[in-house]
Structures are given as C-alpha cells and as structure tokens.
Design a protein around this ligand. Structure first.
Ligand SMILES: Cc1ncc(COP(=O)(O)O)c(C=O)c1O
Length: 444
C-alpha cells in the first residue's frame, strides 16, 4: 500500500502532530507477537506494548477466540438495571487479583473514565457518611490521569492543562513531583533513598492549607508513567498511605499503566505492599484489544454507599456508562487474565525487566545528551538534555529515527520510554535498546 492508497484527510489524530504526519506517516495494518506491519510493508518492533496495553503480545488466539465466541453468544446487552455473565466473571477475577479488600469493581471503558469515576466515588462516599464538605482533591505534579476534566484537573502535566486553565475543577491541589535529577538521575531497579522527605510538603503545607477535614482523596500513579517513568523514593508510597489514614483521606492509585503485571506482580499496590482505597485500571486488562477500564473499590466504600439512607428501589450511585461491563470487553478481559496466568507472564515481565534495565544502563549511560536513566519493572526511560528553545524536540527526533530503523518507542517530554510486551525476548530487548542508543548518538 502507498500513502495515497490511504485516505488521510479526515481523521484528526490524538496526541500527534497532525500537520507533519502525512509527510512521514506511521500507519499500521497488521500485528503479530512483538511486531507491527506498516502500510508500506515494513516490520516494526513494538517497544511500548502499544501504549502499555499489549502485555501478552499481538494477535493472541485465545483472546481473539473469546471475543468471536462472545459476539456469537451475547454481542451486547444494556448495562443499567441489568448486567451480563461475563461482566460478573471478569469483576470476580479482577477482585481476586487485587490485594486486601479491594473487592467491588465499577467498569468503564478507559483510564480517563476510571479517573473521573474514582473522583466521583470519593465525593459520593464522603457525602454518604455525612462528610460532604470533604471535596478537595490532591494530585501530584506531572501526574497523568487521562484527558477528561476530573483527571486533567488532578493531573499535573502542564501541556495537557494550560489551554483549559479556568475551567479545571476547583479545589484541587498538587503535591510536588518525585524526581531528584541531581542525586538520583540514574535508577536501576531500585527505590532511591532521598535525604529529604518529599511528603513533608503534603503534611506541613498542603493539608494545613486546606485543612485535612476538607480533603476527599489523594490520587497518584505509583510510578509516574506518562511523564516518563519516574520512580518514587523509598518509603514514599507507604508513608502516603499512613498520612491518608491519619486524616480519613481516600487514597486512589491510578494503575492504568502499573496494573496487570508491568512491575512483575499483579499491581503496583502489591509491589509497594500498600492497599489503596480505590485502584484504577485499563489497558493491559484486555491486552489492549478492546477498550475496558474500571475502578476497584474497597468494601467499606461500597458498604457506606449501600447503607446511605435511601429507599431500596433507589439507585445508590448515579454514575455509569452505556458500555460499562460490555460483554465483549469482559470476555476479552477473562481470556487475557487466563492467558497471562497460564503463561506466567507477570513473572516473566519481572524477569525481562531486569534484562531491559541492565541493557539500558550499560548501552546508554554516558552517551551524548543522556542526563538520566530510570528502570523498574519491565519499563525504562532515558532522559535527554532539552534543546534550548525547543522542548521535547530531541526525544521526538530520536523517536522518529528509531521508527525509521524498525523500532517503536515513545517520546515523553525529554524522555524516550521503552516498555515492551511481557513476551519480549532478550534479542528483542537488545535490538530496541541498541537502536535507541544508536539514534541518540546520531542526534548528538
Ligand atoms: C496512569 C494513567 N491514567 C489514565 C490514563 C488514561 O487512559 P486512557 O487513555 O485509556 O483514557 C493513562 C493513559 O496512559 C495513564 O497512564
């Protein structure tokens, strides 16, 4: 297929420079295992699991078969005042995998919807217990919780927020970011030990400013993914839990990226040994094949909402999506989670993560313009010095150059992020890492 065989006039591409796209298009027409095929017949290795989704690799037959069977059995059924067998089963599997009493799953279709759903649950929960004044949300600088108004407001990526300024949610504050570029630019499968405690700012300034009794929830990604794989210092996640407990504040983990195996275990919550009050998921739960997201809530949240004083026929939570618990998406989730278990893919992600970490640090440290490398789980970021006046340009150029050399990575600010499918082999890691390293040299 040539460029002119594809009608490119009408699709407005998300998070993509549209003006230049057609000069050098990236159009995928097939995928198998670790690789895409482009419209002009090139084979490209998927170094980012197609945005952290495709843990089990592309075109997995058990997932495809489950979807086909579901289409022939129950294609779709209304989600309100009824449900379907696959939604109940998927919810049970997900709750079984989640730590502690994270047992109640509210389905939606994406990570952005999960963020807004969790924030709404937080407000509704506090109101149900007579604490409706708790309506302040705390996010973190450089956090990413999708693109809807709630998630964007608690998120902290300046470019995503700046246009929407005054219309973002009121009564939101942000904790400081968790990166120390001077002492901990290089993190190799470890939790850095900071000399100072970044959460003192939360305790001593933010909570005091708003008064803890007014705060509904704190939302964080256990590891900041979209910003470029930034790893919190040792003890941070546990201490955040303690602070929230002390003040009756709900703790929400956005595990859209860290959930379902990326860190070698079920969730970031397991990795850090901390149970949040809500846990958001999406992406890898269906291997990315069909949109599905959700929020897993602890029992006490659900119980409080059920026990609020309303008649038995009344809806307890006025929220939901037409496609909440879509049977085809839930069938895909069931097959994906079965497959991940059968092939022990989470443990494999943990093992291959070490291979990736070793490869990135040994191939990239000391290269021109490399100012940091952070690896943990099956993911890593290499941070490049910004070109003065054109932020993000160097990473974008490296990303495009890697594509021309058969490797798909992700530019995130000044970082290049690598997060391959869990099925990745050592030779794939070598190819991806060497290609990025060569490209960094070419762009010195
Ligand atoms: C932590 C986190 N939350 C939310 C989202 C948004 O998910 P979606 O693009 O499915 O709306 C993302 C997407 O990358 C994410 O990384």
């Amino acid at each position: 297929m040539n460029n002119h065989d594809i009608p490119m006039d009408n699709q407005w591409l998300p998070f993509t420079p549209n003006r230049t796209f057609r000069q050098d298009p990236r159009v995928f027409v097939g995928a198998e295992g670790m690789h895409f095929t482009t419209h002009d017949g090139k084979k490209i290795i998927d170094g980012i699991s197609s945005l952290w989704c495709v843990g089990a690799g592309h075109n997995r037959k058990p997932i495809n078969e489950a979807i086909k069977n579901q289409l022939d059995t129950l294609d779709y059924a209304t989600a309100f005042q009824a449900s379907n067998d696959k939604a109940f089963k998927a919810a049970q599997m997900i709750a079984d995998m989640a730590p502690g009493d994270l047992n109640k799953v509210l389905f939606c279709n994406s990570g952005s919807e999960a963020a807004d759903t969790a924030l709404k649950v937080a407000l509704a929960y506090h109101r149900a217990r007579g604490e409706g004044h708790r309506n302040v949300f705390i996010g973190r600088e450089k956090g990413y919780h999708g693109v809807n108004f709630g998630g964007m407001s608690v998120g902290g990526l300046p470019a995503n927020r700046k246009v929407y300024g005054a219309q973002l949610l009121p009564r939101v504050d942000h904790m400081r970011f968790i990166h120390d570029p001077v002492n901990h630019a290089y993190i190799h499968h470890e939790e850095p030990v900071w000399a100072e405690d970044p959460l003192l700012e939360l305790e001593n300034r933010i909570l005091v400013l708003h008064d803890p009794s007014n705060i509904a929830a704190v939302i964080v990604e256990p590891i900041a993914g979209s910003a470029g794989w930034y790893i919190p210092p040792q003890g941070y996640v546990k201490r955040l839990r303690e602070i929230c407990d002390k003040h009756g504040i709900l703790l929400i983990f956005d595990e859209v990226i860290t959930g379902f195996g990326r860190l070698g275990v079920n969730f970031g919550a397991d990795y850090y040994g901390v149970v949040p009050d809500m846990l958001n998921f999406a992406k890898a739960v269906t291997n990315g094949v069909i949109p599905l997201g959700g929020v897993i809530c602890r029992d006490f949240i659900y119980d409080a909402m059920m026990n609020a004083n309303s008649p038995a026929h009344a809806i307890e939570f006025f929220h939901g999506y037409t496609y909440s618990g879509h049977p085809v998406a839930c069938a895909a989730a069931i097959a994906t989670l079965d497959l991940m278990k059968e092939e022990n893919l989470f443990a494999r992600a943990g093992q291959q993560g070490k291979v990736l970490g070793d490869a990135m640090h040994s191939a990239m440290k000391g290269l021109p313009n490399v100012i940091g490398i952070r690896t943990l789980g099956l993911a890593g970021a290499v941070e490049l010095a910004s070109i003065p006046g054109t932020p993000g340009k160097r990473a974008y150029d490296v990303f495009m150059d890697c594509f021309h050399h058969g490797v798909w990575v992700r530019p995130a600010g000044e970082n290049i992020v690598i997060c391959p499918p869990y099925i990745v082999e050592d030779a794939h890691i070598d190819q991806i890492v060497q290609t990025v390293a060569d490209s960094i040299r070419r762009h010195a």
